[in-house]
Design a protein around this ligand. Structure first.
Ligand code: CMP
Length: 167
């Protein structure tokens, strides 16, 4: 930087994204839904859709299409269909990456302390929460669990207090 001269501050390219979250059967059975939802709310992510449902084997195969041929798939399908899940759509700036960071590594035993899995899970399969891993997956997964008219976007009144105008 030239002494005495200020460079104009760059505006980061931040995108409002939506991501599909499943609070898996272990999360529901262990009564951890409230704690997990609180963490998303504390981060000021918007919940724009939410429901309790049973995942059928057909829906599991569609959702986990990329894993169907893997050796662990039969166990994963048995687990995800064993008990109700909570499906949610979260919305926010860079929500896909932000939520994946909040979850931590897939295996709860390896996930960093302070992440949701790091704090509450000790399992690779029973890792409490699913979140979309990219924009294409998010669009596909949201459409699997929700009709367009089930999404309720809104502008939260705290928006001006979440970040400065020039960020
Ligand atoms: P999720 O983020 O929902 O995406 C795929 C899921 O498969 C993953 O979380 C785990 O629940 C499960 N999974 C991934 N790898 C394994 C594995 N090696 N053995 C058993 N389950 C796995």
């Amino acid at each position: 930087m030239v002494a005495g001269k200020r460079l104009p501050r760059k505006k980061a390219s931040q995108t409002v994204e939506r991501t599909l979250i499943l609070l898996k059967p272990d999360c529901v059975q262990r009564r951890l839904c409230g704690k997990v939802i609180s963490r998303f709310e504390d981060k000021a992510l918007n919940i724009v859709a939410l429901k309790l449902l049973n995942v059928t084997p057909e829906l599991a195969k569609q959702h986990y299409a990329e894993h169907v041929a893997k050796p662990f798939y039969p166990g994963l399908e048995a687990f995800i269909t064993a008990s109700p899940v909570v499906a949610m759509v979260l919305e926010g700036l860079e929500a896909i990456r932000v939520v994946r960071d909040m979850l931590g590594a897939t295996n709860g035993l390896k996930a960093a302390a302070g992440t949701i899995r790091g704090d509450y899970s000790s399992s690779r399969q029973m890792n409490l929460v699913h979140a979309s891993d990219g924009p294409e997956a998010a669009a596909r997964e949201i459409a699997l669990y929700f009709h367009a008219n089930e999404l309720c976007p809104y502008t939260p009144c705290l928006t001006p207090w979440l970040k400065a105008g020039d960020e």
